[in-house]
Design a protein around this ligand. Structure first.
Ligand SMILES: [Zn+2]
Length: 312
């Protein structure tokens, strides 16, 4: 049977302010913790209803600054959900900081997750999906079983480049980092990376589980699109992936939030999917998760890595 994983990046709203070049002072205390306080329980309910586990990628800093977030991750872990690392500071330029600083960031994230859940994370997703040799080396040193950072999607790359160009033009440069186009040549199925060029195949110890993109046009099958595109387009993208032995569905906490949850209008203007009601997005996700469940064994990324590692 095919394998599928559902993973959720728990980027809190301050990280969205940074990516859109907006001041974090827009966020009150409730908005700062909204992803953990509101989106995490909604995802827990979705996964419970599905009867399948998922993987939460937590940011270390968020767990340290918000006791509610740490408690939520412990409860998730106890319910069989994997809690993996999404770095400590979610620095979009992490790959450029040099190995010692990267090492320190990853170790701090691990400590925060260990303190919250009682176990060390076994998987890692890079902030902004940007991977290089230094970051790959650090993930190997941390002893992770897998990474899930490669996002080899052409349309996504083009959209990100366009948005960053537009922000620079209006004098509001984004803190996001545009990844090397080499990522577009990365395998779209699980592989063992070359440690010196982690977007290429090699014999590295840490498996890479790329996020789902369709074969051919490499349309990214991610939460933002799953919640906002016409159902027919999404169904076609899902069918296009039917020959893949593994389907890695990546989402974000904000994929189950909307403007009425208390998100500042300035941020809603930039993050257009927040205008779609959470009720509608939840309904859509219930349906799409159902497709995965009907055709695949839905497991955590950690378990997927364990099962795939023997053949890679
Ligand atoms: Zn992120």
């Amino acid at each position: 049977m095919r394998l599928a994983s559902i993973s959720v990046d728990l980027d809190s709203l301050p990280h969205y302010c940074r990516i859109h070049g907006l001041p974090e002072s827009l966020l009150d205390e409730r908005a700062r913790t909204l992803v953990h306080a509101v989106a995490v329980p909604r995802f827990r309910e979705l996964l419970d209803g599905l009867g399948a586990p998922g993987t939460f990628f937590a940011i270390g800093e968020d767990l340290e600054s918000d006791p509610g977030a740490a408690a939520g991750m412990r409860a998730a872990h106890e319910a069989g959900i994997e809690v993996a690392s999404h770095s400590h500071a979610h620095d979009y330029a992490l790959t450029r900081r040099g190995l010692p600083a990267i090492r320190e960031d990853l170790a701090r994230a691990d400590a925060a997750i260990l303190a919250a859940t009682g176990v060390r994370p076994e998987g890692f997703r890079a902030p902004g999906y940007t991977l290089n040799a230094d970051l790959y080396a650090a993930t190997a040193e941390q002893g992770y079983r897998y990474g899930s950072s490669a996002f080899p999607a052409a349309p996504y790359y083009a959209a990100k480049a366009a948005v960053m160009g537009a922000l620079a033009l209006v004098g509001r440069p984004s803190r996001s980092v545009l990844d090397t186009p080499r990522v577009l040549l990365a395998p779209r199925v699980p592989y063992r990376p070359d440690p010196s060029r982690p977007y290429q195949r090699g014999s590295g110890a840490v498996l890479e589980l790329p996020m789902a993109v369709t074969p051919g046009v490499r349309f990214p099958f991610i939460g933002t699109f799953a919640t906002t595109l016409p159902l027919s387009a999404l169904r076609a993208a899902w069918r296009a992936c039917r020959k893949d032995a593994f389907f890695n569905f990546e989402l974000h906490g904000v994929d189950v939030l909307d403007a009425t949850d208390g998100i500042p209008p300035e941020l809603v203007r930039q993050q257009r999917d927040l205008r779609v009601s959470a009720a509608r997005k939840l309904e859509r996700l219930r349906e799409v998760f159902g497709w995965l469940k009907a055709e695949c064994d839905v497991v955590t990324l950690r378990d997927a890595a364990g099962r795939l590692s023997t053949s890679l």
